[in-house]
Design a protein around this ligand. Structure first.
Ligand SMILES: *[C@@H]1O[C@H](CO)[C@@H](O)[C@H](O)[C@H]1NC(C)=O
Ligand SMILES: *[C@@H]1O[C@H](CO)[C@@H](O)[C@H](O)[C@H]1NC(C)=O
Ligand SMILES: *[C@@H]1O[C@H](CO)[C@@H](O)[C@H](O)[C@H]1NC(C)=O
Ligand SMILES: *[C@@H]1O[C@H](CO)[C@@H](O)[C@H](O)[C@H]1NC(C)=O
Ligand SMILES: CC(=O)N[C@H]1CO[C@H](CO)[C@@H](O)[C@@H]1O
Length: 586
């Protein structure tokens, strides 16, 4: 924490520095860098997920930016133009905007510019580039490589010239207000005459994401704020959505104002109503196989893949994570969780492994496979004080405890036994649940409360698993905890179009191992007059009217869900089983 005195002297220093800047600005030489238009911009480049920039560009004129903006016909052209242009204006002497993994691998000291160029970061080569759904639309750079995608610090993908210009304007406004005012909060301090000269360098920060990779926020310190002004305010909340950093390693964030109490209620109600055997609330399973009940996950869960609210939440979360469009198959559906008294989920990784290689799916996200990379947790209920139920990151320590004040697990267990909290709830001495309660009181633990949302990453920006993201659901010591989570994948997941397949799988055998196409018929007998205007949907996508005596049919896959709607209401919901031909009747 800064003391008041320190803050004052900081302000004093910044005033001096501004006066100094103003002094410099009166020399014509300051604006000399080939600019007639009074506007010069320098781009500050960050590699995906890195708070510190890897380099800055030479000054760029408005005219140049106008040209890039007007040349690009779509987002793919824009990202290629930006990649080429950034390479050409980057100050290479001071830049480290290249792929360090690659440099290490090739392990050579030669000063080959190619290997130290941003191009090697944007295109990490076929072995390290997952193939995303829009891969075919990517346009090669002048260097015949794949381009980066470009984002703001807040995760807004730059998809058009207008957006780039808007970014520039925001940055210009910011730099003019900070360079000519000693106190940006107080406009009376601003010297408008220097603002009019406008010769201060405007810095625009751009975050480069390699082809095939996903954007990740780049937290620098605990408490840092990322205000996501590109996300729409929720009508009932009416406050900006923002992230607040809870931990930088693992990367954990609070997400504020991202869902409403009404949405939380709707999701819980829907979960309680669900009757489909695959989606209803039941004892949870773990891992890559769907039916492994695990003794150290005692909580229950259901899935909400099709509810209107669940879908709205999913789309909002995707936008928040940096997707400019919702990609089907990149998530597991909203998982709704219930933890009754004493129930818990021991610390684990959301990142999946398949050591026995039972799947043809390629889980190696560090190469070109896919895995879960982001988890968003939504807490739906308040618990009484001391009621447990935290989400604990077992490899991370609380931020407000100095290292030498950290409590050992054994000490924490002793304390628990002394004050008897856990026995009261029905947790026995020596059980894994007891040890978890102790862990939750010593490690980085997030207290649930209604409306709280948390984001964490299970992968590093280069796709490697983040082993510090191990976490668990602490035993509930009083009441019931409701929560929901969304797992987001860096590629389509198993069974979905575009899912990555292991290299060592013979494609000829794939049809046997991969998901089987099945045939379903949907019939409206007309017996129920309420179904006269029924419509058939595949998940939330309309398929067609399901009129009496006009059956519909479709090729589909096991686990896929078809819904019958009357008006806005889903009245019946079918999940495809494993038989070749199936019929569903209302
Ligand atoms: C920048 O400032 C101008 C003038 O004050 C204002 O009209 C404009 O809306 C601002 N633009 C952005 C993107 O903040
Ligand atoms: C749950 O089921 C009840 C009774 O069928 C119904 O009235 C209610 O609208 C349902 N709620 C949701 C959220 O689907
Ligand atoms: C959790 O509590 C609910 C409500 O009391 C109950 O219906 C459910 O069966 C309980 N689940 C388990 C696994 O005990
Ligand atoms: C559980 O919480 C309720 C409500 O805050 C409180 O009255 C009760 O004493 C708590 N029970 C235990 C065992 O702490
Ligand atoms: C305000 C100003 O000087 N605008 C100039 C910027 O550069 C273009 C192209 O050289 C000129 O046409 C503008 O007049």
């Amino acid at each position: 924490m800064m003391t008041k005195l320190q803050r004052q002297s900081m302000r004093f220093l910044s005033t001096i520095c501004c006066l100094f800047l103003i002094a410099i600005k009166s020399f014509p030489v300051a604006a000399a860098d080939g600019d007639d238009n009074n506007t010069v911009v320098s781009f500050v480049i960050h590699l995906n997920g890195q708070p510190d920039p890897c380099g800055t560009t030479r000054l760029v004129t408005q005219e140049q930016i106008d040209k890039w903006s007007s040349t690009a016909q779509n987002k793919y052209e824009l990202e290629t133009i930006l990649t080429d242009e950034m390479v050409s204006v980057l100050n290479t002497e001071t830049s480290s905007c290249h792929d360090e993994d690659l440099e290490e691998q090739t392990n050579n000291n030669n000063d080959d510019d190619d290997e130290r160029s941003l191009y090697t970061f944007c295109d990490r080569g076929p072995e390290l580039t997952p193939i995303l759904l829009d891969h075919k639309q990517l346009i090669k750079t002048q260097h015949q490589t794949l381009p980066c995608r470009w984002y703001t610090r807040e995760g807004l993908r730059i998809t058009s010239g207008e957006q780039l210009q808007a970014l520039l304007e925001t940055a210009k406004n910011r730099s003019s207000s900070t360079s000519s005012c000693s106190n940006p909060q107080d406009a009376s301090d601003c010297d408008t005459s220097t603002q009019a000269e406008g010769t201060a360098t405007t810095e625009v920060h751009l975050y480069a994401v390699p082809a095939g990779r996903v954007f990740m926020f780049a937290p620098a310190y605990v408490g840092e704020i990322f205000q996501l002004d590109h996300l729409k305010l929720l009508p009932d909340v009416n406050k900006p959505i923002y992230l607040k950093v809870l931990s930088t390693n693992p990367r954990v964030f609070d997400i504020l104002n991202v869902f409403t109490p009404e949405e939380a209620d709707a999701v819980v109600q829907r979960a309680l109503n669900e009757t489909s055997p695959t989606h209803r609330i039941k004892r949870s399973t773990t891992g890559t196989t769907e039916n492994a009940v695990f003794t150290k996950r005692t909580s229950e869960n259901g899935f909400d893949t099709h509810g209107t609210v669940a879908l709205a939440l999913k789309q909002r979360i995707f936008e928040l994570l940096g997707y400019d469009e919702y990609w089907d198959g990149h998530d597991d559906g909203l998982q709704v969780l219930r933890y009754n008294l004493t129930q818990a989920y021991i610390q684990h990784d959301d990142y999946l492994t398949d050591p026995g290689k039972k799947d043809t799916f390629d889980y190696e996200s560090a190469k070109k496979g896919g895995n879960r990379y982001a988890t968003v947790l939504l807490y739906m209920t308040d618990l009484p004080d001391g009621a447990g139920g935290e989400t604990v990151f077992s490899e991370a320590w609380p931020n407000d405890v100095l290292p030498h004040h950290r409590t050992h697990l054994k000490t924490a267990i002793k304390e628990l036994r002394k004050n008897g909290d856990t026995q009261l709830a029905g947790i026995t001495e020596g059980s894994w649940e007891e040890e978890m309660v102790a862990l939750c009181r010593t490690r980085l633990a997030i207290k649930p409360h209604a409306g709280r949302a948390v984001l964490f990453y299970s992968q590093h920006p280069n796709g490697e698993m983040d082993r510090n993201a191990k976490h668990g659901g602490c035993p509930v010591l009083n009441g019931t905890k409701w929560a929901a989570n969304l797992w987001v994948w860096n590629t389509p997941r198993k069974g979905y179009k575009g899912a990555p397949i292991r290299d060592d799988v013979d494609p000829a055998t794939l049809s046997d191992n991969g998901p089987k196409q099945l045939f379903a018929t949907f019939v409206n007998t007309g017996k129920d007059p309420a179904m006269a205007n029924a419509e058939l949907y595949y998940e939330s996508q309309k398929w067609g009217p399901l009129h009496p005596d006009k059956p519909l049919s479709a090729n589909t896959y096991e686990g896929h869900r078809w819904n019958v709607r009357v008006g806005d209401e889903v009245v019946t919901s079918w999940v495809i089983g494993n038989e070749q031909k199936q019929q569903f009747v209302i």
